[in-house]
Design a protein around this ligand. Structure first.
Ligand code: AP5
Length: 209
């Protein structure tokens, strides 16, 4: 049976970068609520008694999309996966409780990165819309000029929205990290190392999970 891995960390901690590689290396499904929501940004959720009518409005404001919407996405994705690396979920204690009801975990891996580094990473992040590959204007640009030209910035990577996302993280998601620490399943990794060194630590954690 494939492993059940959770990757936790603040916005910009490197969850997407590491999960993609982890999924390839260990043959796991990469389940990411952020990508799933971006692909369905304009889905009509007005019948769910939510404040806004679409995920886009929450995401552009840096707020969490309502649990009802996100829980459904995760349940569906996990029901089709043998092993998985879950990235971007759970983001509050209610989501963590829901996750316990629908699956079990082998490890919760936490990437620890300081706030100023997070802001630098997010405001410099660029994405390749064709492959989903993640780059950074200072640390990691593609060699291919065609790829360089098509890179885009995420709508929520402006400095103002980034600060709000970090506030929301501190309020809602830090208690989730504490929850897994108390449960004794948290593996903490220094997320400020180079991407390769972070990957080595993450892979060790997954292998011994
Ligand atoms: P989501 O897409 O999950 O975004 P996030 O958690 O804010 O995380 P990011 O994707 O921004 O960062 P990351 O940790 O993946 O970093 P990355 O690897 O790209 O969520 C977006 C929105 O969707 C939320 O605000 C919310 O509205 C909604 N949402 C999603 N899930 C939800 C849920 N469960 N409940 C409710 N709402 C939800 O790296 C960042 C940059 O740093 C890149 O440029 C990369 O190249 C660079 N980098 C990475 N690692 C390193 C390194 N070691 N050294 C130097 N640079 C590095």
């Amino acid at each position: 049976m494939g492993k059940h891995i959770l990757l936790l960390g603040a916005p910009g901690a490197g969850k997407g970068t590491q999960s993609k590689r982890l999924a390839e290396e260990f043959g796991l499904e990469h389940v990411t609520t952020g990508d799933a929501l971006r692909a369905n940004k304009d889905m009509d959720i007005s019948d769910m008694d939510t404040e806004y009518d679409t995920p886009r409005e929450y995401m552009d404001a840096g707020e969490l999309v309502p649990d009802e919407v996100v829980n459904e996405i995760v349940k569906e994705a996990l029901s089709n996966a043998d092993g998985y690396v879950l990235d971007g979920y759970p983001r509050n204690l209610d989501q963590a409780e829901y996750l316990t009801e629908i699956t079990d975990l082998d490890a919760a891996v936490y990437l620890d990165v300081g706030e100023e580094e997070l802001v630098r990473r997010l405001t410099g992040r660029r994405l390749d819309p064709e492959t989903g590959d993640i780059y950074h204007t200072e640390f990691d640009m593609p060699d291919d000029e065609d790829v360089q030209e098509r890179l885009v910035q995420r709508d929520d990577d402006t400095e103002e929205t980034v600060r709000e996302r970090l506030r929301v993280y501190e309020e809602n998601t830090e208690p989730v990290v504490e929850h897994y620490r108390e449960e004794g399943v948290l593996v903490e990794i220094d997320g400020e190392q180079t991407p390769d060194d972070v990957f080595e630590d993450v892979a060790d954690a997954v292998e011994s999970a």
